[in-house]
Structures are given as structure tokens and as C-alpha cells.
Design a protein around this ligand. Sequence first.
Ligand SMILES: [Zn+2]
Ligand SMILES: [Zn+2]
Length: 357
Amino acid sequence: MKAMVYYGKGDIRFEERPNPTILEPTDAIIRLTKVTICGTDLGIWHGKNPEIEQAAREKTGQWNGRILGHEGVGVVEEVGLAVRRWKKGDKVIISCVSRCGKCENCQKQLYAHCQDKDGSWIMGYMIDGTHAEYVRTPFADNSLYPLPDGLDTDAAVLLSDALPTAHEIGVQYGDVKPGQTIAVIGAGPVGMGAVLTAQLYSPAEIIVIDLDDNRLAMAKEMGATQTINSGKVDAVAEVMRLTAGRGVDCAMECVGYPATWDVCQRIVKEGGHLANVGVHGQSVNFEIEKLWIKNLTITTGLVNANTTDMLLKACCAHKLQPGKLATHHFQFSQMEDAYKVFKHAAEHKAMKVIIEY
Ligand SMILES: [Zn+2]
Ligand SMILES: [Zn+2]
């Protein structure tokens, strides 16, 4: 089969690979029908995760590349002997987090940190991922969702990662409540997911901050009440102006840079929440000397995907319409072009690139 394989910093190749096979009785093999590329895939390509090669070498003594991707929908091709919930031909949504359901962390619904060797976020990371014709999904009974016939498949692929991440790590950890003023810093796919899923809780004001006017315009369409281009104005001063000097109840950091963290820690009001969603590659300046007195809650995390099912139902009921985030469509044979466009997303006015088979 064809697959997009990561070999090292700056080195990905669209090449022929052997089809995956069932390794554990709880596995399923899925034939992909639609996938998307995540910022995390780009991060791996840019060399942010040297641990991928290190872990492979420690485990097997060799490095043969890693198929990227942890988002997608498809059709069950084959199931292991212990799989009860699925059979060949079932249409499914793949969760980016695999869960054994038995370990200490799974018992606590902390699926992001499932302790099994095949648990947590491992697809397209510690095992081969979805940017291929077929993928092996561990713990199939716990880690796949039924893809309803009526659901827009562009929306469905966003249920693999972008929407649950935004909802759980941004909106739920940020404790968004009716009437609140919230700020989303970073209008990428996850920031947009936060704008969309925050509205399930009726905040009064949603302020979105980004450097890209095109993304800010899209944020307005998705439900932002105010937008700020932090390249043109001082974002902190502007948030204070818009909130009569009070700041926001919840600031969601959806980028992962020191500068965006700084904005968040300076705009969150006393008693508020700072929900960090961004994947950081370096330390930030944590102004504890100013924050200690403010009775804040600061949260971080990796998605548990424990709200995927409720988000799926909200999508099916059209209470949540993330399909509009899919701005570009490619055929699987154009995978390299899809990566190029997503890498230069601003230039191409791209939000989510969707790859069809
Ligand atoms: Zn992702
Ligand atoms: Zn587990």
C-alpha cells in the first residue's frame, strides 16, 4: 500500500509499505476512506519528536520510518479474535487515543495516559498511523466510533482529534460557563474547534486572537464575537479595552509559543481559568509573582477522547457544524501536495486539509 512515512527531521516520503496485520486479538485493520493532517504531524516532520526514532531503535534495534497520521474515518477490513463490537464492513471514526480500558489511568478516564504499550496517543507516533491505505488500530472495541450514514464525513474526521482536544482541554478544563467572556488565542483548527464547542456552553463573548486576518474572518463565521490581530495591535491592551479593564474568565492557549502564553497569563481575570491546549516546544515565562494572588486555575493536557461520543451526537444533531473548517480537498494520490498546502496554511488560506480515497 501507499503511505506517508516520516524518516527524520525534514524527511517524509510518500512510498510503498507493507499492509498492516493484526498483532493483538484486540486489534482491527481499517481501510481508510478520509483522513486529515494535524499540526502535530507537521511538528513531527519539522523534527519536534526525535523520540519516535529513539523509541523504535530501543525496541527493535532498527529504524524503518513511521507512517504519520492519527485522524481519519474508514471501513473495518479485519478484526482480531477478541473484538466484539465491530465486524468487516462497519464504517468507523478512528480516535487519536487508544485505550485498554483496564489500567489505572483508564479506570480514571485518563485515557491520554493509558499505560498499555499500545495505549494513549500512539498512532502516527509510536506505531504506524492513518496516512496510508490501511491502519492497525489497537483496542478496537474502545477506540473506534460508529460513523453514522447521515454525518458529513468532513465533520467526522474532525472528531478523531481536533474537536475533542478543543472541547476537553480548552472548553471543559477552562470551565466555560453561560454569560462568560472567553478568549481563544490561536485560530488554527483546534482554536476554531474551541470557538465551536465553547458555544455549547453559551459564553457571552468569544474573543479570538491570531496574526492572520483570513483566519480571524473565519473565526467570526464560526461564532467569535470579537477578533484581534495581534500583529497589528497590542492584544493584551485590546482585550483589556474590550472587557472594561477586567480581562477574561477563560483564556485558551491554542498555539504553544511563549508569546501566546504571555498574552493568556496577562488577560485572565481573578478567579479565572487559563487552559493550555498548545503543544509547547520550549519553556515559557510563568509570571507566578503576578499570578499567585489571582485564585486562578491553570490546566494542561493531552486529549482523553472521553467526550468524542457526545460531540459525535452533537454533530449528528447539527448543534455542532465543524465541516466548514475543511477548506481544501485532495485525493490520496496527492498526499504530498496536501502536506505542502497545510505546511504553508496561511499562504493557501487553509484550515483543515481533507484527503479522500
Ligand atoms: Zn492531532
Ligand atoms: Zn489503559
